[in-house]
Design a protein. Structure first.
Lengths: 363, 266
């Protein structure tokens, strides 16, 4: 009798845990972060760990291509992403697994020799592909994906001991050749378990339809909670673009007021007037003043995060057209938790930047 | 310097780290027990007796479970070590800590008053078992663990809840006061079996840890990995540890109770 009673109550306890943890299957929502617009598969060829040229677009045609930039000496993000993807792939049926190609592009070509890449990736999954190239080639490929070039951060005076700051998201290119979602650090196995099988099976049209429905549902939820939206929402204000002096690039600024209970991360930006957009940080003073691109921007909870002159800001790079005061620019922001957000930013003369405050958008 | 172990997201190193909050807690526990024993001795007009030596052993086990390296590994890297901490804090140390108060100190619990009545109620088998089970379930729920383990205060809350739950669970087994004349040895053994071996909560937790296809806890799944073990395997080891650990503790307790019962009745 006792074991039977215990068994029944165990089932209840287990159900409570299932309800809390979830298994990642059968969820209608994509767990990845939707991109503001579909990103076509970049066209590049690098060298694989066998010393052979590897054409990413050709090798991932009609397959799901998972693309990640990292390095083998990475203590956390890179091995975690690879381990989680490998664990989920192992549980997928063989025919689905065969339709996923995982490609790891090193951001540390000096230390990540082909042998090291092969050995390190082999610990996770022997089918994972490692690519390397020259620094210039790797920088170009990262730029194609809107990522800033990976930067070395040296520890002490030892030139062989350094970390590499790099983009932490996995790009998932669906079988139609477009990426609709990215997977930032923090994505778990249950999230991959939910999304990967869908990406393998769904067409591009089906993915677009599902993401559109997801966005509509999010908008309805936001509207339904409008009475407390300000208190619990991410509020984006003061979006403005400084009139550029050249055709090359322009700076955009805005303020995040994160009233939600959790921190968020800005993982990708795009703009309608630029080929690409990046978050930059102004560092140093005087002659040593310079800008450095950052892969992501953390937006802490219950705080204001300002993208402003002399700090973090958005650089719109390779302007597609001349942008003058009076114009309006659409910024497409991808946040890890909130998802895709569009913000309209007026273009103003630099001298009048401070006057243009108080334009707000609530999410 | 951190005052308590929690998940930090930093890669693990074998470099020692100080956690002064843990040392302070152990010292306060020791002082608290001494103060309780002194109050009991004064009320009984007797000399203060030192705590039972097993109390010191319980303090050592608590300190080992809370401090580097077990505390740090369990707080932010490995679910299996987190489970080891649970076993040490809730099942192994408490029966020794419960030996700490002298008979005079325990006699204070028989005093009239609502506060003492609540304490007696908490230390009685029924409420203790229910509260212990509820705390075990609550402190193993993934959303709660993922949120609490990320901060020092949250991690400390979980640790203190385990110590408290273990203390009240073991009290009716180890001590015969406040007076529970009907809670005899066979009932104590049944209580241990129900609480540790046939506990539906433990069964459920073990089953989910061992058989879930994805790791339960994000805080451990996304922690900087340690070589030699995957997140999934780590969770499974945690489940096995809980199952075997609780059974071993239960069998040890049952053996002690059986021999004591034999001695008393023989």
């Amino acid at each position: 009798m006792l074991p039977l009673i215990a068994h029944r109550w165990s089932l209840i306890a287990a159900l409570v845990l299932v309800a809390c943890a979830g298994d990642g299957n059968g969820d209608a929502r994509y767990r990845g972060v939707p991109l503001p617009a579909p990103m076509p598969t970049p066209s590049f060829t690098l060298t694989d760990f066998n010393g052979q040229p590897y054409d990413f677009a050709a090798q991932t045609r009609d397959k799901v291509g998972l693309l990640f930039f990292g390095y083998t000496h990475c203590p956390d993000v890179c091995p975690l992403h690879m381990a989680n993807i490998a664990a989920v792939l192992r549980r997928m049926p063989a025919e689905d697994r065969a339709r996923v190609v995982t490609v790891f592009v090193t951001t540390d070509p000096e230390r990540d020799t082909p042998e090291r890449l092969r050995s390190w990736l082999g610990n996770f999954d022997p089918t994972f592909v490692g690519l390397t190239g020259s620094r210039a080639e790797l920088a170009r490929v990262q730029q194609m994906l809107g990522l800033p070039e990976a930067m070395r951060e040296f520890v002490g005076t030892d030139s062989a001991n350094y970390f590499v700051a790099h983009g932490a998201q996995v790009f998932a290119f669906a079988r139609d050749g477009n990426a609709y979602t990215i997977y930032p650090f923090g994505i778990r196995q249950e999230d991959w378990s939910n999304d990967l099988p869908r990406l393998v099976k769904a067409s591009g049209a089906e993915i677009r339809r599902d993401l559109a429905a997801q966005a509509k549902s999010d908008k309805l939820s936001a509207q339904a909670a409008a009475s407390t939206a300000e208190e619990n929402a991410m509020v984006i204000t003061n979006a403005v673009v400084a009139e550029p002096a050249s055709m090359d690039e322009a700076a955009a600024y805005l303020t995040f007021r994160n009233n939600t209970p959790q921190e968020d991360t800005l993982v990708a930006i795009a703009a309608d007037v630029a080929v690409r957009a990046e978050v930059h940080e102004t560092m140093g003073e005087g002659e040593s003043r310079h800008m450095m691109a950052t892969a992501t921007l953390l937006i802490p909870t219950k705080k204001e995060t300002k993208l402003a002159p002399d700090g973090h800001h958005i650089m719109l790079v390779q302007l597609k057209k001349k942008v003058v005061a009076g114009d309006s620019v659409t910024l497409y922001l991808s946040l890890a938790r909130l998802g895709a957000v569009q913000v309209r930013a007026p273009v103003v003369p630099y001298s009048e930047l401070e006057k243009f405050l108080g334009m707000s958008r609530k999410e | 310097m951190s005052f308590w172990c929690s998940a930090t997201g930093a890669a693990w190193t074998w470099q020692w780290r100080a956690y002064p909050g843990v040392w302070l807690f152990i010292i306060l526990l020791a002082l608290g027990m001494w103060a309780w024993n002194r109050a009991g001795a004064r009320a009984a007009n007797r000399r203060t007796r030192p705590a039972h030596p097993l109390f010191g052993g319980g303090l050592v086990i608590l300190w080992l479970s809370l401090d580097w390296p077990i505390g740090a590994l369990g707080a932010g890297y490995l679910a299996s070590v987190h489970m080891l901490q649970f076993l040490m804090m809730a099942l192994i140390a408490p029966p020794m800590l419960v030996m700490g108060p002298s008979p005079d100190a325990v006699a204070l619990l028989e005093r009239p008053g609502r506060g003492y009545a609540v304490l007696r109620w908490l230390l009685s088998p029924g409420p203790a078992l229910v509260l212990f089970s509820a705390i075990v379930l609550l402190t193993h729920l993934p959303p709660l663990v993922d949120v609490l383990m990320a901060t020092q205060v949250g991690s400390m809350v979980i640790d203190l809840l385990w110590i408290f739950a273990g203390f009240i669970f073991w009290w009716p087994v180890v001590r015969s006061a406040p007076a529970l004349p009907r809670f005899n040895y066979p009932l104590k053994m049944g209580y241990l079996v129900l609480g540790l071996m046939f506990s539906p909560i433990m069964f459920g937790l073990v089953a989910f840890l061992v058989y879930s296809t994805t790791p339960l806890y994000g805080v451990f799944e996304l922690a900087p990995p340690l070589p030699g073990i995957t997140a999934h395997a780590d969770h499974q080891v945690a489940g096995v540890l809980m199952s075997i650990g609780a059974a071993v503790v239960a069998f040890t307790g049952l053996s002690v109770l059986f021999f004591r019962w034999n001695k008393v009745s023989g």
